[in-house]
Design a protein around this ligand. Structure first.
Ligand code: 5GP
Ligand code: MG
Ligand code: MG
Length: 176
């Protein structure tokens, strides 16, 4: 068990589990996007570690960019989403893979999808390390899912609790 700020968390996904899954996702992307030179579009801050490891598991030519959006307050989804910050590259006609740490209600992803779609890419797919199907409120076509997890708050491997815990090497679940 570990403490992040004022809360206790228990180990949930180990480094090895993450590593194996991300390698498998990378292989799928290598196959699916051969000769397509995809743009990996990471959603900051949460996706930075996932994107870093995923990119290392990809051996086809890719571009990597990050954008930022804010929607989450502490332990529950606020549902209020701000605009995209930092999409300063022309993705028109490109094959975009949106990279997320976690899809919870799906509200942020729905919004991001619409904003990315406005830029007229050739294709868009979604890759998320974690998916909470029980929390999902939006119909989303999610092509790459690392782990389907229960509707409990998790931290680590890029995911924060009130700004802390992003540097943890594995993923922990809130102890209740
Ligand atoms: P959604 O819009 O799908 O409800 O939430 C998307 C964002 O909320 C995620 O990208 C992530 O930043 C944050 N989020 C959702 N669930 C969790 C969770 O269990 N732990 C952490 N740390 N962040 C979460
Ligand atoms: Mg995120
Ligand atoms: Mg957060």
């Amino acid at each position: 068990m570990i403490e992040v700020k004022d809360k206790k968390f228990i180990p949930f996904l180990s480094e090895v589990q993450l590593e194996e899954k991300i390698k498998a996702l990378g292989s799928e992307i290598n196959k699916d996007y051969k000769d397509k030179e995809p743009v990996l579009l990471g959603i900051l801050n949460g996706s930075f570690m996932f994107l870093s490891d995923l990119a290392k598991a990809i051996d086809i030519p890719v571009e990597i960019h990050f954008i930022k959006v804010a929607s989450y307050e502490s332990l529950s989804s606020s549902g209020s989403i701000k605009d995209l910050i930092g999409l300063n590259v022309d993705i028109k006609g490109r094959n975009v893979i949106i990279i997320e740490d976690i899809i919870d209600t799906g509200l942020s992803m729905k919004h991001i999808l619409n904003l990315v779609m406005d830029k007229k890419p050739a294709s868009i797919s979604i890759a998320t390390l974690l998916l909470k199907p029980e929390a999902l409120k939006e119909k989303l076509d999610i092509k790459y899912v690392g782990f389907t997890i229960p509707n409990k708050f998790v931290v680590g491997y890029g995911l924060d609790y009130d700004g802390y815990g992003r540097n943890l090497k594995e993923i922990y679940q809130l102890k209740i």
